[in-house]
Design a protein around this ligand. Sequence first.
Ligand SMILES: [Fe+2]
Length: 373
Amino acid sequence: MNAFRIVPSVAEYAEFCGFAKEAALGEKDLILTNEYIYQPAISALNLGCQTLFQEQYGAGEPTDVMVDAILSALAGKEYERLVAVGGGTIIDIAKVLAVAKRGERVDDLYAHMGTLEKVHPLLIVPTTCGTGSEVTNISIINRTTKGVKQGIVSPAMFADQAVLIPGMLASLPYGVYATSSIDAMIHAVESYLSPDACPLSELFSEKALELILPCWKAAADSGEKDGWKPYAAEFLRASNYAGIAFGHAGCAAVHALSYPLGGVHHVAHGESNQVMFAPVLQKYLEKHPTGKINRLETLLSKLLGCAETAAIPALYSLMDRVLPRRPMREYGVTEDELPRYADSVIETQQRLLGHNYVPLTRDEILAIYKCAY
Ligand SMILES: [Fe+2]
């Protein structure tokens, strides 16, 4: 039995300056971020920190090529703490940099994952409302040389501190709010239904949903694109709570089945999860209609003010108001790709599939894909 624990300390500040002052950020610290985040929110503070802008080493989700290029660029720098400020890509890269010894490449880290040690103290400031990655010890890297997205996992990759700063979400575009908050909602649901959930992790899954759903509704009812911004603190906390929950109980089939959509067709992580969410839950309900999923229905019915039997469809409707769902075909997927996706999920995503509410066979996974198509 894996005991529940939260490893990083978690702190909250209204703005970055409060965190910078308390942490006494300075010349021995390296800030890993994007320039579009650094310039408006950090630059004027004149902290004297060293900086590295991730986008100079490649676009999109983290790849081995991108991380190796960053490792090479850092080889000549002397720094102590690593401060990651950004979304999922920045955070995943930072966790790898924190454990890489001088001269090591990404492949080396996979080769001795069991003996990784923290090289740089790590502080993480998430700037979306989705990843929850600031409190987990896994980093997903697209190993382009091997054609597979694979997690590096190690206790050494936990941050020392997760820092929640609602002010850092002020310039987040609507699309990133939408996809990242959908991702957080799915983390909450998948971790809640996971057979590895425990009463403590369930508290965090439940609280994440209690924060996200009313704020989604209030934001959508406002009719304004920025209607979610008054709730930035709630979305950030919800993402963090869902991260704590899935850090313990895991994510499952929704994340597993969405990988090919992200990897092959470059659909944003939260959006590709959204495509798979309803078809996976539908399969769960079909295979195991009475069980823990009924507790989820009870929770959702209270939050959404509807009958338990209508609760899951009501969740889909609310999610559609945040971002309308699209079928797989609209992302350029062709029907003959689906059997290959099912095979690849069985072959490479067992870590996630092990957290499924009910086991799914290859044919059932294919049926889910056809339903999402
Ligand atoms: Fe996710």
